[in-house]
Design a binder for this molecule. Structure first.
Ligand SMILES: [Zn+2]
Length: 491
């Protein structure tokens, strides 16, 4: 038995000015790893790719990892990057295989294709023909198109947000394919969507309404579904199919797959009002933050996070914290490679005043980048590399690029050169900051911070700043998403 395994992961924020060339999918190299290098990078981690590798090895199958390409969310993927990644996958498939296992995101928009995954799957299916099974693991933020369902054999998506079941999702997608190869199952799949854009700040799987929806997916799997998935979707993508969808795979029962899929979609639709988020003005949030005496209190800069395609360099929330005089604060992070280089030249211990952040303009929301002059001392310089502790992205190697900690006396600001969501405790520990010793943690995140920091957090204050991950949908121009759609239109 011969398998082709590959990874192509990107969540595209079509409003983001952050470019997405091939190098964004590679760490410390010009191109993403392939073959043995890809296996070495992911084996034993919490990735879906790692689950595919484990399943192949347990089955004694011959396998090749065509490419392992993952990048933090950003603007549309450059055509040459997509063609490189898809080309490596198709070249491996063309050499012949009995099955294909793909670790994808499900919300990739390229310069030429609104549905990057559908385009990849269409090409792979055209090579292998109708009979070779294709198993696909997808992120809960998938924006589902028919081309994905029509060209895959079995799709499984994450059932947690923060995403802490990525490996298990790989197992579910992979096992359905192995069962088919062994003649023990005949996957039958149904999928669909509803015209709604659940707000990202209301999508967490430990909060309602998503908790109950994901619980029902797991129940369906206990009742015999090979995989049951409710995708909450990614709204910061101005494409026709952004929003909520579902896919259910049963063993040989298309009618049941259809019924269960519709049940999930109808249940989500009934809860659409509960997926709406209401924004609190920043001044009010910061005034509220001052009242807390016990830390750490998370000050959540949810308009500008890396895991939703933010520039990660807007200064509104951090500026508000500095102006309010909050003390014992750690801030993660400001993406500003120029400032890091300036601090490296100055050296550890140097005092300086520099323009921080605000390097990228954000034409989609009509804002220029606004750096802020900040005075402080260079506390630490590092290479920005660390390994996730988990539970999210367990064991995966992270690379923030050259990194500095800038200490204003009241606020320790982590300044990085490559985007990084603060979803893991190690992002602060690795730069010498003990989060539990702080009164406030300013985190540029939406929901993923909970994976690493919720256990130590005493309180959470959501801070509406500035950025292309804005939680205020009225700031975004939706030109291509299908209309009417809730909550943009009354339905
Ligand atoms: Zn996601």
């Amino acid at each position: 038995m011969k398998l082709v395994i590959a990874q192509m992961k990107h969540e595209t924020n079509t409003y983001s000015p952050v470019p997405t060339p091939l190098a964004r999918f590679a760490t410390g190299a010009a191109v993403p790893p392939e073959g043995a290098a890809a296996v070495a990078a992911y084996r034993g981690t919490g990735a879906a790719l790692a689950a595919f590798i484990d399943l192949a090895e347990e089955a004694g199958a011959e396998y090749t990892v065509a490419i392992a390409a993952a990048a933090w969310p950003s603007g549309p993927v450059h055509d040459d990057a997509f063609e490189h990644i898809a080309g490596r996958i198709c070249a491996a498939v063309e050499r012949g295989c009995d099955a294909v296992l793909l670790d994808l995101h499900g919300a990739m928009v390229t310069q030429s294709f609104d549905d990057g995954e559908g385009e990849l799957l269409r090409r792979v299916r055209a090579i292998v023909g109708p009979d070779v099974p294709i198993g696909v693991a997808l992120d809960m933020h998938t924006n589902l198109y028919d081309a994905m369902g029509a060209n895959a054999t079995a799709i499984a998506g994450y059932q947690t947000y923060p995403h802490i079941d990525v490996y298990e999702t790989g197992l579910r997608a992979g096992k359905a394919v192995f069962a088919l190869l062994a003649g023990k199952a005949a996957p039958a799949m149904a999928w669909g969507n509803r015209p709604m854009l659940p707000h990202v700040m209301r999508q967490a799987s430990d909060d309602e309404p998503n908790r109950a929806l994901q619980t029902r997916c797991r129940e369906m799997e206990r009742e015999g579904a090979l995989a049951a998935t409710l995708f909450v979707g990614f709204p910061h993508a101005d494409i026709s199919n952004a929003g909520l969808s579902a896919v259910v795979v049963t063993d040989g029962d298309p009618a049941l797959a259809r019924r269960w899929c519709d049940e999930l979609l109808d249940a989500a639709w009934r809860e659409r009002e509960a997926f709406v988020y209401r924004v609190e003005p920043l001044a009010q949030s910061l005034a509220r933050a001052k009242e807390f005496t016990q830390g750490p209190v998370v000050l959540l800069d949810h308009y500008d996070n890396a895991a939703s395609g933010g520039t990660m360099d807007t200064m509104a929330v951090l500026g508000g914290i500095l102006d309010a005089g909050l003390e014992q604060v750690a801030a993660f992070a400001i993406h500003d490679p120029q400032a890091v280089q300036q601090m490296i030249r100055a050296g550890v211990g140097a005092e300086l005043t520099l323009p921080l952040g605000g390097k990228l303009d954000m034409p989609s929301i009509g804002r220029k980048g606004e750096p802020r002059m900040v005075t402080g001392r260079v506390k630490l310089i590092s290479d920005g590399r660390f390994r996730n502790r988990g539970p999210m992205g367990r064991g995966e190697h992270m690379d923030m690029g050259p990194t500095a900690v800038f200490d204003t006396g009241r606020v320790e600001i982590v300044v990085i050169s490559r985007h990084q969501e603060p979803n893991d405790y190690a992002c602060l520990i690795s730069v010498g900051i003990d989060p539990e010793a702080k009164r406030f943690l300013m985190l540029k995140s939406r929901v993923h911070w909970r994976a690493g920091f919720k256990p130590i957090t005493k309180a959470i204050v959501e801070c509406a700043g500035v950025g292309v991950c804005t939680s205020d949908y009225s700031m975004l121009e939706f030109r291509h998403v299908r209309r009417p759609i809730f909550p943009l239109d009354p339905i």
